[in-house]
Every structure is written in structure tokens, then in C-alpha cells.
Design a binder for this molecule. Structure first.
Ligand SMILES: Nc1ncnc2c1ncn2[C@@H]1O[C@H](COP(=O)(O)OP(=O)(O)OP(=O)(O)O)[C@@H](O)[C@H]1O
Length: 257
């Protein structure tokens, strides 16, 4: 059964009087790949910034019973909330294994972290397999393919024990095969975690979303299954500029013209 990992209530982010996020409620459940979609400027990234402590907000974000509002970024990360950015932030000169070892190794000294170890921790090996980079263990991250860097970054969150993952456009710049692999990876890691994906690619969303929340002008426009939000008249209006009825009317007008 899915359990709620994160509950956001009444989130508001105000930039000098402009409400980029305006009263958003959002629940992220373990076992789900939850897509956050919406037009440019809808407030998706700002909402993720708020959850991860990068933007000040009013409202409440609760993870496993703990209120996170007002907590520092590193404290929120230690509570198991991990985030990726559109451009992967891996250590380019270090190998895949070293990147993962460092992400897994909070508590060890910087020099100990950088030393190549004879035996990698089991978690690092397991995650390397999970993200499909076992054969690239000794490859410097800088020469990985674009998609592989994104998978490594996700892996770094996994070895760091994140169980709420917020991923910003993880398939941007990927080819068809890499997208497919990424979609399967997201479902694999969502098995016992909550995964939220900020995305513009509607085909990817349709193929891999368990649940979708549509943001528009800082507020939640619709939330539900892919079918529910796709058939929602306000969502059609925002994405296509017209309501379903108007589209029907336009089609009828075109047919009789
Ligand atoms: N630091 C800031 N100061 C002022 N306004 C900001 C700031 N950051 C974002 N905004 C504004 O807040 C609104 C929401 O931006 P945000 O980046 O969250 O949207 P988004 O849904 O992620 O869009 P996109 O899909 O284009 O990334 C936009 O109008 C943006 O210009």
C-alpha cells in the first residue's frame, strides 16, 4: 500500500508581491511517480525550491511527521529529500564509483572520501547496478553520456538515502532509448520512495506518470490520473488556449465553412 511521504499545505512563495506559488497543496506518496506539469512560469521549480529550502514560503511541508518550513537546505536533505537539477551536478573528474562513494559517505573526512577504496560499500555497488552504470564504475563522470550523468545524479541521491526525490526535467536532451530507460528507472526507484518529476514532455508523462498535478499561475489546476487531467477542460484550455467546448465549436465551424 502507498504511504504518504510528503505533505505540502497552502504553500505560498512571494517575490516582492508577486505570488509565484499561490496556495498549493500537494501530497507525494511512496510507490508513485508523480508528475508536476504546467506551462512556463507556472511555479513548478519554485515549488520544488520551497520544499528543498531554497525559497522562503508560508504554509507547511511535513515529512514523516516533521515540519520542514524554516529548516536549512542541508537539514532538509538529511531528512531524505533529494533533488536534481536540469544540468547534472556530478564531480566530472571523479569516477562513477567515487561520485557515489562520496554521496554515500557523509561522516568521512574529505581525504578519506577522495581515496580510491579497494572495496566499495554494498549500497554503492547495488545502486550502480540499479542505475545501469556498473560497467562504467571506473569511468570519469565527465565523459559519461548526457543520460548517464542524469542517472548518476539520481544514484547519488539513492546512496544518500533520499526517499523523496524531486527531479527537474530528467529526460531533457535524451534520446528515445535513454528516455525509456529513465522512465523504467523512475518506477523502479519509486517502489519504496516518492518520486516527483517536473516535466514538459507530455509523451513521457503519459507513458510513466502514476499521478499528475497540473500547476498554472502558481496554483493547482488539476490533479489525478493521466486520463483525468488530460480530459480536464481547464487543463485543455491552459495547454491549448481553448476549452474543449470551444474546440468542438471551432471544429464544427470549420466543417460547415
Ligand atoms: N527569484 C525570483 N524572483 C522573482 N520572480 C521569480 C523568481 N524565480 C521565479 N520567479 C518567477 O516566478 C514564476 C514561476 O517561475 P518557475 O521557474 O517556478 O516556473 P516553472 O513552472 O518552473 O517554469 P518553467 O517550466 O519555465 O521552468 C515565473 O513568473 C518566474 O518569472
Amino acid at each position: 500500500m502507498n504511504t504518504t511521504a510528503l505533505t505540502c499545505t497552502g504553500i505560498e512563495v512571494d517575490f516582492d508581491g508577486f505570488k509565484a506559488v499561490n496556495g498549493v497543496d500537494l501530497e507525494l506518496d511512496r510507490g508513485e511517480v508523480h508528475f508536476l506539469i504546467g506551462p512556463n512560469g507556472a511555479g513548478k521549480t519554485t515549488l520544488v525550491d520551497a520544499i528543498t529550502g531554497l525559497a522562503r514560503y508560508s504554509g507547511s511541508v511535513v515529512k514523516d511527521g516533521t515540519e520542514l518550513r524554516g529548516k536549512k537546505v542541508h537539514h532538509i536533505a538529511r531528512k531524505g529529500i533529494g533533488r536534481t537539477f536540469q544540468t547534472a551536478t556530478v564531480f566530472e573528474n571523479l569516477t562513477v564509483a567515487q561520485n557515489l562513494d562520496i554521496a554515500a559517505g557523509s561522516g568521512r573526512s574529505p581525504w578519506a572520501l577522495l581515496r580510491r577504496r579497494r572495496h566499495l560499500p554494498d549500497t554503492v555497488v547495488t545502486v550502480m547496478e540499479q542505475i545501469g552504470l556498473k560497467d562504467q564504475a571506473e569511468t570519469p563522470a565527465g565523459i559519461l553520456a548526457h543520460g548517464q550523468k542524469q542517472w548518476l545524479e539520481i544514484g547519488m541521491l539513492l546512496v544518500g538515502d533520499a526517499d523523496v526525490l524531486l527531479l527537474d526535467e530528467p529526460i531533457a536532451g535524451m534520446g528515445a532509448e535513454e528516455r525509456e530507460t529513465t522512465g523504467r528507472l523512475l518506477h523502479d526507484i519509486a517502489h519504496d520512495r516518492a518520486v516527483a518529476v517536473v516535466e514538459h514532455d507530455m509523451d513521457f508523462m503519459r507513458a510513466f506518470a502514476s499521478r499528475v498535478t497540473v500547476l498554472h499561475a502558481g496554483a493547482v489546476l488539476a490533479s489525478g490520473s493521466v486520463d483525468e487531467v488530460s480530459n480536464h477542460p481547464r487543463v485543455q484550455e491552459v495547454y491549448l488556449g481553448t476549452t474543449h467546448q470551444e474546440q468542438e465549436q471551432e471544429r464544427a465551424d470549420a466543417a460547415t465553412a
